[in-house]
Design a binder for this molecule. Structure first.
Ligand code: NCD
Length: 340
């Protein structure tokens, strides 16, 4: 099962074996991510990091992952500064930019755009989010995080209870994660959202067809005693107007008091980030920062090793990483990778 030369466009490309293959390579990346060692396995390789939609963590973690493997990163950000604004097709952009790069990571506001771009690309393309459609690398890092966090209390993904909360209509991360979870067994899903922002029917059907149990709710009340609470932001950029987005902002605010009253003592809190910390939203209050079950920053850290693994696998160097190893001469206090 080789990933070499392949695009990573959708979670539908994965089965459980392929997921474990990515996770195994990701675990082997941890010493490099925490600067215990470095590797130059991608010395000379170029990542085209094309982000046509706002992003901090996804864009920077793709770039950082590539740098940690010894490669160079070329950034293009924003539609207006690219020739797409002059009417160039995704196909033409892909033909040209894939000549300048060895691999491309791309985010774009339209559903299906990254797959369309990939048709014109001569190098592997990794989908960093296409509209409200998919975000496969986020889903892999979310799943990796869930597996690690649950393992710490002797649990596994099979049989777990996950509550997904917030904008489940436009949130691409929950779409991709729910589809990946269809590969597992006997999961209990609680989907909490305003009715207007419910999970799309196609995803609900996929969950049902996988034999999982599913409960829909428009309120937190009595629904948060899950193994994982996956909170999301109202995706205001996908609404017709800010006024419409404002109708839903702040509907589900999780803070320590609600956690203590409604969650289990070890419920893991996740969020793809950014959390909307403005007062009228505040979906994950800062008073949770000291809660050891708040996994959001470990989740973001995991994004780096997952993306390192995907680059190593798609460029076919996963077995050569340690061969090109060298020392880290500078001071670093990152003694372990994203400690629990
Ligand atoms: C998410 C995204 O862009 O879909 N962020 C991310 O990639 N970590 C979620 C969001 O923006 O709310």
């Amino acid at each position: 099962m080789s990933f070499k030369g392949q695009h990573i466009l959708s979670v539908s490309q994965f089965d459980r074996d392929r997921i474990q293959q990515v996770f195994q390579v990701a675990r082997s990346m941890e010493p490099y991510a925490c600067r215990k060692k470095r590797t130059k396995v991608l010395d000379g390789a170029i990542l085209g990091n094309l982000f046509f939609e706002p992003s901090t963590r996804t864009r920077v973690s793709f770039g950082c992952a590539f740098n940690l493997l010894g490669g160079e990163v070329r950034e293009t950000t924003g539609m207006q500064s690219s020739a797409l604004a002059k009417g160039e097709s995704l196909y033409d952009t892909a033909r040209v930019l894939s000549s300048y790069s060895d691999v491309i990571a791309m985010r774009h506001p339209q559903s299906g755009s990254v797959a369309e771009f990939a048709e014109g690309s001569r190098v592997p393309v990794l989908n960093g989010g296409d509209g409200a459609n998919e975000h496969p690398t986020q889903a892999l890092l979310d799943l990796f995080t869930i597996e690690k966090e649950l393992a710490a209390s002797g649990q596994s993904i099979d049989g777990m209870h996950i509550a997904m909360v917030g904008d489940l209509k436009f949130g691409r991360t929950v779409h991709s994660l729910a589809k990946l979870l269809c590969l597992y067994k006997n999961i209990r899903f609680t989907l909490i959202s305003p009715t207007e922002l419910a999970m799309p029917d196609t995803v609900v059907s996929a969950i049902e067809n996988a034999g999982h149990s599913i409960e829909l709710s428009d309120s937190f009340e009595g629904k948060l005693a899950a193994d994982i609470v996956y909170q999301t932001r109202v995706q205001e950029e996908r609404f017709a107007s800010i006024d419409e987005a404002n109708l839903y902002r702040g509907k589900f605010r999780l803070n320590q008091d609600i956690y203590t009253r409604h969650c289990k003592s070890n419920t893991v809190i996740m969020h793809p980030l950014p959390r909307d910390s403005r007062q009228d939203a505040n979906e994950l209050d800062n008073d949770l920062n000291l809660n050891p079950n708040l996994a959001i920053f470990r989740q973001a850290d995991n994004g780096v090793v997952i993306r390192m693994a995907l680059f190593a696998l798609t460029l076919g160097v996963e077995h050569l990483v340690s061969k090109y190893e060298c020392d880290v001469p500078w001071y670093s206090n990152k003694s372990s990778f994203s400690p629990l």
